[in-house]
Design a binder for this molecule. Structure first.
Ligand code: B16
Ligand code: MG
Length: 222
């Protein structure tokens, strides 16, 4: 049976906004004398803004009040949004447009499933606002990855069975979420070495190669 749909994570898969998240969190960490490395940032992939702040604060020498935490999260988002204005249609990951065109030609549905509340703005900036059948973002879910809610919501909106969908993720939390929801999952980038994904992709186009290899690309009668 071929895959009915491919569900794409956004930050770190469709574009490199993961780097902007790092830069923005780094500024916040510096402002409160807290160590924050790219390795620390990897733990924030796929995790909501407030949960990300709590992880960053593990190394903070002070205890912060809830209001101070909200202010830091707001400030992080302000810095991040400013960086997002640097995105252009050239910022979409290599091969995205070709991949989406190819999937469409085979009637395989597509969705964005992102924990980010900024997802619609990012998709607009990189020219992919209308490129997917469904977009589920951080404003539409209660629990962020590794909970499967974002993927289950996307599958439900598409009318697809999780067992017939492929999720593409750069976050270990995203791979765990996909597995918890009963999806097949492919890791790209940072998550590639975690050993938890069904497949590993070196590039987005590899998704087509693996679907063909697994006999999940075209109906047998085609
Ligand atoms: P925002 P994804 C996630 O997006 C990011 O990986 C994660 O680092 C970020 O904290 C989260 O979105 C929330 O983002 O602050 O913009 O709402 O990878 O699920 O597309
Ligand atoms: Mg991601």
């Amino acid at each position: 049976m071929r895959f009915q749909a491919v569900l794409f994570d956004l930050d770190g898969v469709l574009c490199s906004t993961d780097q902007y998240h790092y830069q923005a969190w780094k500024q916040i960490a510096d402002s409160i004398n807290t160590e924050f490395t790219e390795r620390d940032n990897d733990r924030l992939r796929g995790i909501s803004r407030m949960e990300s702040l709590e992880i960053l604060l593990e190394k903070c020498p002070y205890t912060l009040e809830p209001r101070e935490k909200e202010q830091l999260a707001e400030e992080k988002n302000r810095i991040y949004r400013k960086l997002l204005y640097g995105l252009t249609t050239q910022s979409a990951a290599d091969g995205v447009l070709e991949l989406l065109k190819e999937l469409k030609s085979k009637n395989i549905m597509t969705a964005v499933a992102s924990s980010s509340k900024n997802a619609p703005f990012i998709l607009e900036r990189i020219g992919l606002r209308d490129a997917f059948d469904v977009v589920v973002d951080g404003t539409m879910i209660v629990k962020s990855k590794p909970d499967p809610e974002v993927f289950l919501t996307a599958a439900r909106k598409l009318g697809a069975d999780p067992g017939e969908c492929l999720v593409i993720e750069d976050a270990v939390a995203g791979i765990e979420a996909a597995r918890a929801g009963g999806f097949f999952c492919a890791a790209i980038g940072e998550a590639a070495s975690c050993g938890k994904a069904d497949y590993v992709l070196e590039s987005l186009w590899d998704a087509i190669i693996l679907m063909k290899q697994e006999g999940r690309y075209e109906n047998e009668e085609l």
